[in-house]
Design a protein around this ligand. Structure first.
Ligand SMILES: NC(=O)c1ccc[n+]([C@@H]2O[C@H](COP(=O)([O-])OP(=O)(O)OC[C@H]3O[C@@H](n4cnc5c(N)ncnc54)[C@H](OP(=O)(O)O)[C@@H]3O)[C@@H](O)[C@H]2O)c1
Length: 327
């Protein structure tokens, strides 16, 4: 990509898409094509084809998807499989037809089999049964990856796929019903602080380990791959290290300045003991994350306070324990 390349970032208002736009702009890319859902509904095939026919896009990053936490996935599986299949099929196919030079598609660490060997290597994809709670989402995303690989093989289309770990940062979703684990914790501690709750309760023992990448690092990795990687193989994108959920909760408590205690609901399941991706393929290309958890959490909480915190005095959600089981 040269700095004048015309680049379409699909989903530019989302957590990942907005970070990619920030990163592209900071790096000096000037010709960004951005459309929100009201201007271009990516589930509408005719509209997507017309858009690509018209816009002469050179590069595409697909950060548009239907994304959500455990509750949303369990309640709205039909929406997750339909919307994701439509969005990615429409964009990948129209981009290839319009002669786009290169496309980046995003999978997720949660597509790997439930009991994949740790740390999870890229080869583990489709090697065992998947986590049932997000199966519709995972099946759709794996179809997107397979589509990129098939278009590369049959049509020579330079479509690459990255597998991000859990992400967090400015632009995240903090609503108790739909958020992922980390922003859900920030919201829970914040609400408890505002309401003067004496305890925030965590599901299980807090010993399971998970990985979290700051979204600006994710955006940096996306650009790195767009500029330097042209392979068929998927590439894990993560921090390369994990943290016990109890320790993460302690860090968030400190970041938020919550004075109460952290309780554990030991009747609740712990979930998988560890979920960490092997990032040696990405690290071998010279990429490393730059922002550690303490700084990332601080920046995220500041963004939350300015943009997403409920008006004080907040009423906490009725004593909802924090769950991380499916992430
Ligand atoms: N967040 C994570 O922890 C995480 C982890 C691993 C992988 N990923 C991957 O990263 C990608 C981006 O995720 P994210 O967390 O940034 O999600 P997000 O914050 O929910 O953003 C998704 C974006 O897609 C747009 N979109 C959804 N449906 C659309 C449609 N029909 N037409 C046009 N735009 C549509 C949304 O627009 P609206 O604002 O209008 O809804 C939003 O801007 C996804 O592929 C996801 O699988 C995310």
């Amino acid at each position: 990509m040269d700095r004048n390349s015309r680049i379409f970032v699909a989903g530019h208002r989302g957590l990942v898409g907005s970070a990619i736009v920030r990163q592209l702009a900071e790096t000096g890319y000037t010709d960004l094509v951005l459309r929100d859902r009201s201007q271009l509904d990516l589930t509408d095939q005719a509209a997507v084809r017309a858009f690509f026919d018209r816009e002469e896009i050179a590069y595409v990053i697909i950060a548009a998807a239907k994304v959500g936490g455990i509750l949303a996935n369990e309640r709205c599986g039909a929406d997750f499989i339909r919307d994701n299949l439509l969005i990615q099929t429409n964009v990948i196919d129209a981009a290839w037809r319009a002669g786009v030079k290169k496309l980046l598609f995003l999978g997720s660490s949660c597509l790997y089999p439930k009991h994949a060997e740790q740390p999870i290597k890229e080869e583990a994809l489709l090697s065992g049964p998947m986590e049932p709670s997000n199966k519709p989402y995972a099946v759709a995303k794996i179809a997107g990856i397979t589509m990129c690989q098939a278009y590369r093989k049959q049509y020579g289309f330079n479509a690459i796929c990255a597998m991000p770990s859990n992400l967090y940062g400015p632009g995240d979703h903090f609503e108790p019903e739909t958020s992922h684990a980390l922003p859900g914790m920030i919201r829970r501690f914040h609400d408890a602080k505002m309401a003067g709750d004496p305890t925030v309760t965590l599901w299980g023992t807090g010993t399971p380990r998970r990985e979290f990448l700051y979204v600006d690092d994710m955006a940096d990795a996306c650009l790195h791959l767009m500029e330097r990687y042209d392979g068929e193989d998927i590439v894990n994108v993560g921090p390369g290290e994990d943290i016990a959920i109890g320790d993460l909760a302690g860090m968030i408590r400190e970041t938020v300045g919550y004075p109460g205690t952290l309780g554990h609901d030991l009747d609740k399941p712990d979930g998988h003991p560890r979920k960490l991706m092997d990032v040696s393929r990405l690290f071998a290309t010279g990429w490393r994350p730059k922002i550690g958890l303490p700084e990332g959490l601080q920046r995220t909480y500041e963004w939350f306070l300015k943009n997403a915190a409920p008006p004080a005095p907040a009423q906490p959600a009725p004593a909802q324990p924090i769950s991380h089981a499916a992430e």
